[in-house]
Design a protein around this ligand. Structure first.
Ligand code: KIV
Length: 281
């Protein structure tokens, strides 16, 4: 795995310089084919720990491991040429302290060739973010609804309503001041997202945080409609791939049962057929 920076690729300083400019486009990816599809359209591709719920059927992100992140990140790396690649640090891999975070982030970077890591948490993580950014590890912050704290929050509720807004604002300042080159704002009210975006120097990337942010991120499987029953308010479905796939699989099953597949064109003969002098198959 090459860990040498690709000179064509978007960098953390490029992302920083987009503060207040053209909206930043970000999506998740967990596999090579999806990375290839999203690369040319995205500024940032995140190998999110949402992979645990989306691809592995886990009930939350809490049991995602560093090894899972590395395996998916290596696959994504092979599909990217341009977008800035960020890898999520999973639950338990950075919260003990700056040294643990640095050791694991350095391992993820070396194994995957990613440019940056993302970790969840505000004021409580500021010291760790400062430690990492001061040692060559670009960090993307993530505040508001931080899914790794689902048990502490008691669910996936909107954060920062009413008096709770001050807590989220403090988190935003702490993470930005510690050196995060961008900050994900998840599931917070529009007014709060606007104030934070106006007030901090780092670009904000919203998910369920309104168009007031400097950019947007979605889980790619959500916006493609792959998981048919998952329909959160903040996701717009740009396709219904789950429906399309279900219909295709049902058609295949019916054709196999009726012996209509494979048809003549899918069958090999004794002698190779030729088309225009060349071998067809
Ligand atoms: O894990 C993830 O996919 C994320 C985002 C969508 C922000 O953290």
């Amino acid at each position: 795995m090459s860990t040498v920076a690709n000179t064509k690729a978007i960098t953390p300083p490029d992302i920083r310089s987009r503060k207040g400019g053209t909206s930043l486009v970000c999506l998740t990816a967990y596999t090579t084919p999806i990375a290839k599809l999203v690369d040319r359209h995205c500024d940032i591709v995140l190998v999110g720990d949402s992979v645990g719920m989306v691809l592995h059927g886990l009930p939350s992100t809490l049991s995602v491991t560093l090894e899972m992140m590395v395996m998916h990140a290596q696959a994504v790396r092979r599909g990217l040429e341009q977008a800035l690649m960020v890898v999520d640090m999973p639950f338990g891999s950075y919260e003990e302290g700056p040294e643990q975070a640095f050791r694991n982030a350095a391992w993820v970077m070396a194994e995957t060739g990613c440019t940056a890591v993302k970790l969840e948490g505000g004021e409580a993580m500021a010291e760790t973010i400062r430690f990492l950014t001061g040692r060559g590890v670009p960090v993307m912050g993530h505040i508001g609804l931080t899914p790794q704290a689902v048990n502490a929050f008691g669910g996936y509720r909107v954060q920062g309503r009413g008096e709770d807004a001050d807590r989220i604002r403090r988190d935003a300042f702490a993470v930005a001041d510690a050196g995060a080159f961008a900050v994900v704002l998840e599931k917070i009210p529009e007014q709060l997202a606007r104030r934070i975006t106006d007030d901090i120097a780092s670009p904000t990337i919203g998910i369920g945080a309104s168009p007031a942010c400097d950019g947007q991120i979605l889980v790619v499987d959500d916006m493609l409609g792959i998981l048919r029953d998952f329909r959160p308010k903040f996701v717009k479905r740009y396709a219904e791939l789950g429906e399309t796939a279900a219909a295709a699989i049902a058609e295949y099953a019916q054709e196999v049962r009726e012996r209509r597949f494979p048809a003549a064109e899918h069958v090999f003969g004794d002698a190779p057929r030729t088309i225009n002098g060349g071998e067809a198959a």
